[in-house]
Design a protein around this ligand. Structure first.
Ligand code: DC
Length: 214
């Protein structure tokens, strides 16, 4: 059995509802849940703590491979120090796209993600390149999307701020994530596309569970 057989890949841009839906889905399907964005954020947190320039590819790569990430459902420890709140803060959010564009970082985290899933026999894994690169043979691939306005409104509801500013920040991050040369954000050929804009979480989860079992 390949480790990806029991994998549900959830990809999509920021604010498409990935985390909420992936968590809920994992509960319903009784599979472990892995937020790979939190891993990129964790490395970014280490980079900022150490005062490394996020665009210094060599220094970032060197630091990344030696950074210990402890991931649980509700918390993330970076080198043993709690970073659960820091990884959602402005500084990390601003710098994470540069770190996520670093091929060495991606190679390292990809291996950690595969190991994490293989040790647990499967999982609901959310990110940007899960269906295209990390688990191309996932049992189910879902690409979530939502209108730019809805995505910005959701972020404001989570972290506060001005909708227009947040919409600009999201658009900038999406642009960086989908135009980088290494594993850019894009829909996988055999994924199902789900627009979450005007739908409830339960409705979307129900649809995905149906496809999973069907
Ligand atoms: O999903 P998120 O906003 O927490 O992701 C943080 C950043 O990490 C985002 O800029 C995209 C990047 N990322 C990635 O490149 N590949 C993944 N598998 C997950 C996240």
């Amino acid at each position: 059995m390949t480790p990806s057989v029991n994998v549900v890949a959830i990809d999509g841009p920021a604010g498409a509802g990935k985390s909420t839906i992936a968590r809920e889905l994992a509960q319903v399907l009784k599979l472990p849940y892995l937020d790979t964005g939190a891993m990129y954020r964790g490395i970014t947190c280490a980079v900022l703590r150490k005062g490394v320039d996020p665009s210094d590819d060599g220094a970032v790569a060197q630091l990344a491979v030696s950074t210990v990430l402890d991931i649980s459902d509700d918390a993330l420890l970076v080198d043993g120090i709690d970073a659960t709140l820091d990884i959602r803060g402005e500084a990390v959010t601003r710098a994470v796209s540069s770190v996520a564009a670093n091929s060495e970082v991606r190679r390292d985290l990809r291996e950690r993600q595969r190991k994490w899933v293989s040790e647990r026999g499967g999982g609901v894994v959310e990110g940007r390149d899960i269906a295209t690169v990390v688990f191309p043979d996932a049992r189910l691939k879902v690409f979530l999307t939502a209108s730019p306005l809805v995505r910005a409104q959701r972020r404001v509801a989570q972290i506060g701020g001005d909708v227009e500013q947040i919409a600009r920040d999201i658009a900038e991050r999406d642009h960086k994530d989908s135009t980088r040369s290494d594993s850019p954000l894009r829909e996988s050929e055999n994924s199902i596309l789900v627009d979450t804009s005007n739908r409830s979480i339960d409705d979307v989860v129900h649809q995905i569970v149906g496809v999973f079992h069907g």
